[in-house]
Design a protein around this ligand. Sequence first.
Ligand code: GDP
Ligand code: CA
Length: 327
Amino acid sequence: MKVTVLSGGVGGARFTRGLLALLDDDADVTVVANTGDDMWLHGVRVCPDLDTLMYTLGGAVHEEQGWGRRDESSRVSADLAAYDVGWEWFTLGDLDLATHLARTQWLREGLTLSQATERLCRRWGLAAQGVRLLPMADEPVETHVRVAGGDLLHFEEWWVRHRAALPATAFVQVGLESAAPAPGVLEAVRDADVVVVPPSNPVVSVGTILAVPGVRDALATTPAPVVGVSPIIGGAPVRGMAAECLATIGVDATAEAVARHYGLRGGALGADGTPGVLDAWLLDTADEDAVGRLRASGWRAAAADTLMRDVPATARIAAAALALVGR
Ligand code: GDP
Ligand code: CA
């Protein structure tokens, strides 16, 4: 079955790993990754969400942390700090640095980010599992955060250094207007049997992918059903600071509000005149009371245990999401 997933880092990667376990030999999965968190650091191109996906699906991720390599060390970062260069709050692991160095070399040789990503993924055997990883765009797009007082910070500085605690007034995607969906992205949405919006950050992960010119319209018009899984359980993101991102754009941190923010396909246009992108919404049993209200507004909705405890539990969540749209 052809499944296309629009993913951020940890939440989307864990979901996709469960989806692959569910589909097994039948997997033909395309993951479109957010690249809005990308940045240059110490002269190398860092792509946090692409790498979290690659390490998770390739069996190399630091399991407890959810991102980065397992058995990692940070000798290079520590030595860089002794020179007083870079960002002391953002550690690049020694093994992780090899990924960034390889990617940067290929980008400098003239490869696109898609091509560099494909080369990196060869090592981790993603194709053999039936999964292909695409950046949302080949052009650099970087999410910046406008904080009180008007300053713009790179998203990672706001997120990692300030733990999203600096009140923010807006997210600005620098480079977005001149970006286009990477090769294969629109086709993957159009030709899928089902498109899944996993439990990723709806603002700075999925929201950024949807903002790439052409992507939202592709979702609104694809013949494939589109199903989302709530990243909010019982009124809170399971891990991380997604609530701060939602607050910045004026959306309540509830499963129902996030669904309505994505919008129903064929339903009313959003406040900014954009079409909805989902047919169906899987939320947690803790939020079951929203199912009836969503159904009354034309949604296909259901409740399940959506905590991604381990791979089997996550495969069951993926199965429930696909079942909601008859797949
Ligand atoms: P990031 O780029 O690493 O922040 O990862 P994503 O954007 O893909 O996903 C982060 C979001 O996943 C978090 O903000 C949570 O809302 C959500 N999330 C994480 N773990 C779980 C889980 O076990 N179940 C559900 N339903 N959502 C989760
Ligand atoms: Ca991310």
